[in-house]
Design a protein around this ligand. Sequence first.
Ligand SMILES: Cc1ncc(COP(=O)(O)O)c(C=O)c1O
Length: 365
Amino acid sequence: MQLSAIGVPVEELDTPALLLDLDRFEQNIAKMSDHFQSRGVAWRPHAKAFKSPAIAHQLRKAGAIGVTVAKVSEAEVMAAAGIEDILIAHLVVGPHKTKRLAALQRYADVKATVDHPDHVAPLGEAARTAGVTIGILVDVDLGLHRCGVASAADALKLASLVSETPGLRFDGLMGYEGHTLMIPDHDQKQAAIQEAIGTLLTAKDVVERAGLTCRIISAGGTGSYQYTADLPGITEIQAGGGIFACQYYTQVCGVEGHRPALAVLATVVSRPAADRAILDIGHKSVSQYRTPPILRDYDNCPVIGLSAEHAVVELAPGEDFPIGKKVAVIPGYSDFTFVLHDRVLGHRWGLVEVVWPLLARGMLQ
Ligand SMILES: Cc1ncc(COP(=O)(O)O)c(C=O)c1O
């Protein structure tokens, strides 16, 4: 990994380059961390966006208890870097993955989720063979209709099966209210989140009345945390991507008080018309998932098209975009932008201060 960019003025970097404004990044982290602390709820940021153990450690220093990931391989990268409390908020299926999950337990507490009885026996067997215990959360469908058991009664059945399976430890429940994130109206969004989280808390009551303790009730994402963290009963929030505040969170999900910290630095490579500039970024370097990227410093010059390696910018009259000029572009969605880059360059006062390799990039298994 080249660290030679450290100390280089941002405008002298070659492009495309993934940039992180460290002052804004730290403000966003403080905003989220303070929010959770003031509500007495733990923070387990989802690392699927940033893919970087170094960033995970920054979040730990700011009070996060550990991380959430989606993949066993992401958990392996985080555990190898010394992150000790990890939740795989995804189903772990197949002998390769269950063995790896079991092996990891000697290095970190890596919990997994289940939403079907068929998940349970292979996890128990892998744990017993490795001589370890695996912590398990039962995933409850909160209305997203992705994974998750469909009822509190099913949650109880599965929780009982887990707690009776040697090698497994029943730790609690999780759910993700992902269907509520883009509701524009404040009151409607609050009501939808209350209903979704209500489903999780009802399941918790049913499970606990049967004598099983839910040490963990995990939910929430960046698009919902400003509502979900207020609901008593949730023990931890999985919101992660908000530390970057891309367009998706601030504009589409209406997340308040975060400042865009992530940008892709691009170069103007062509000026085919007076009102058109072409940048050397495209789908292979920036995401336009849900909403287009924007130029950070030019509100009046929208990005009107992306192809694989080109971005088309519509120039306002009088804007001077000579070939070779560099511009910072705020991604549509940070998640799908990080996966395109090997490293992120943190900068302050116009200079690159730190280079973080995205070590979990490409970790899909
Ligand atoms: C299980 C789970 N938890 C939490 C999140 C929220 O992550 P973020 O805050 O990065 O949007 C997601 C997003 O897809 C998710 O799938």
